[in-house]
Design a protein around this ligand. Structure first.
Ligand SMILES: Cc1ncc(COP(=O)(O)O)c(C=O)c1O
Length: 445
């Protein structure tokens, strides 16, 4: 097979070739000004990214993991707290919770979107926690620890179902920190403030039930996208949100980088200190902090690439539509990503579900097609979390889906012909595996 026949999972070369001159100019500026950490390039990028996300503040940091950790700490998560997230995510989501001094716990995902299922969050809060009579906040029954925050992850570039999550968080006094590390530019249609689902906006202080779900898995009243509701960018809905600029992300640096977005000036101020050894003024340290700053060169590169992000996201959307058309005939064999009417995903990853994943992946690799797995083992089953007692917890959807998830090639500029080849090979492999499975059943094995 010629190298040019191969279809990579991700192409990080072509997009940088196109921008070569502008990117080199960033290096020239840094070399000629000697400004490598902080300074005007970082500030300019922060302003542009805040505007892009529709928030007042953006603070550049060294990675998405730092962004999550600092956001949790600055928003008020304390040592010993419990923070709720999902098991189907990159480990950094949970690592950041632990690094903020808290303990991660998990609620299950929705089978069709692979994002946090708000019903499971409600179940956890209602059956595994009691409300503290003094603070009115939930306390986990098993551990006796206060539950202080929830971290919905906008996985694969698709927003989590934020309205019911935020309604619950409001009801229980929880801090919401979005993990938007995979979702630069994704949008969510929010009806928040329109109905009594949001007690924060309602005069009635009594607990309000979560909205029920229709067959599509969409919140009722959502599918119709109520007049007065609005599309909101990922990163603009929680108290704070974390972004990663790891190179393969929709907006990626040429190295490491991350950012926190927030409307809260106090959270932004604290993160500026946390990222810089706890100082607001050089060598005057109000708290102990970290070395978690965004490099000026990376900020300059990100500013150049941010201008292209809307086009790149459109290109990813077109690729997702094309995959959906090409794979529609085998939708019974291969489960395709589901985008609810209230979501505008940016398809950081295009993840299908196939039985016999190992064999299908091998067959694609033999045809020169790169794929990925996001993620093979739900976090609660990782050895790193063996000490977290999740026994008796219903995380069945995460466990059932994990062995079947397969990420197909997805990047701006992926060509229709390449997608046709991926689809052909995938259909053939999935069909062959289905026949092999049937023969084994018939043979009684
Ligand atoms: C969902 C999610 N959260 C957090 C992170 C952490 O970001 P970083 O690698 O920049 O620390 C990532 C990055 O892969 C991610 O995908």
């Amino acid at each position: 097979m010629r190298a040019s026949d191969k279809i990579p999972f991700l192409d990080l070369v072509s997009i940088h070739q196109e921008l070569r001159e502008e990117l080199c100019q960033v290096f020239q500026t840094a070399l000629s000004t000697g400004c490598f950490v902080g300074g005007p390039m970082v500030e300019a990028f922060e302003q542009d990214f805040a505007r892009f996300c529709g928030v007042r503040h953006c603070v550049g940091v060294a990675s998405g993991t730092d962004a999550l950790r600092f956001a949790l700490m600055a928003a008020g998560v304390r040592r010993g707290d419990v923070v709720v997230t999902v098991p189907n995510t990159f480990i950094a989501t949970a690592e950041a919770i632990t690094q903020a001094g808290a303990r991660p716990t998990f609620v299950d995902i929705d089978e069709r979107t692979c994002n946090m299922d708000p019903e499971k969050l409600r179940e956890y809060l209602e059956t595994r926690c009691r409300l503290d009579s003094v603070t009115g906040r939930p306390v986990e029954l098993a551990s006796g620890r206060p539950v202080s925050a929830v971290v919905p992850v906008h996985l694969y570039g698709q927003p989590a179902d934020m309205d019911p999550i935020q309604a619950l968080a409001d009801r229980c006094g929880l801090i919401v920190v979005e993990d938007a590390c995979q979702a630069h530019g994704a949008e969510y249609f929010s009806n928040r403030g329109l109905s009594p689902t949001s007690p924060a906006d309602s005069a009635d202080p009594s607990p309000t039930p979560l909205p029920s779900r229709d067959r599509e898995g969409a919140v009722q009243g959502k599918a119709s996208l109520l007049p007065g509701g609005r599309w909101r960018k990922a990163g603009s809905m929680g108290r704070a949100a974390a972004f990663s600029f790891y190179p393969g992300k929709n907006l990626g640096a040429c190295g490491e980088g991350g950012a926190v977005t927030t409307d809260d000036p106090e959270i932004a101020r604290r993160i500026r200190m946390l990222r810089d050894h706890g100082q607001a003024r050089k060598y005057y340290h109000e708290i102990e902090g970290y070395n978690g700053r965004l490099d000026a060169i990376q900020a300059g590169i990100l500013q150049v690439k941010l201008r292209r992000l809307p086009d790149w996201n459109e290109s990813r959307r077109a690729c997702a539509r094309r995959y959906a058309e090409l794979l529609a005939p085998v939708a019974g064999l291969i489960a395709l990503p589901h985008e609810p009417s209230w979501a505008r995903a940016v398809h950081h990853l295009y993840v299908v579900r196939v039985p016999n994943r190992a064999e299908v992946q091998q067959e694609l690799a033999a045809a020169g097609i790169g794929t990925g797995i996001h993620y093979p083992i739900p976090l609660h089953l990782q050895r790193a979390y063996s000490a977290l007692d999740c026994s008796g917890r219903d995380l069945a959807v995460s466990e059932r889906t994990a062995p079947e998830l397969l990420s197909l090639p997805m990047f701006p500029g992926l060509e229709p012909g390449q997608q046709e080849r991926v689809a052909e090979r995938l259909k053939a492999a999935a069909a062959a595996e289905a026949v092999a499975g049937l023969s084994e059943q018939v043979a009684g094995r």
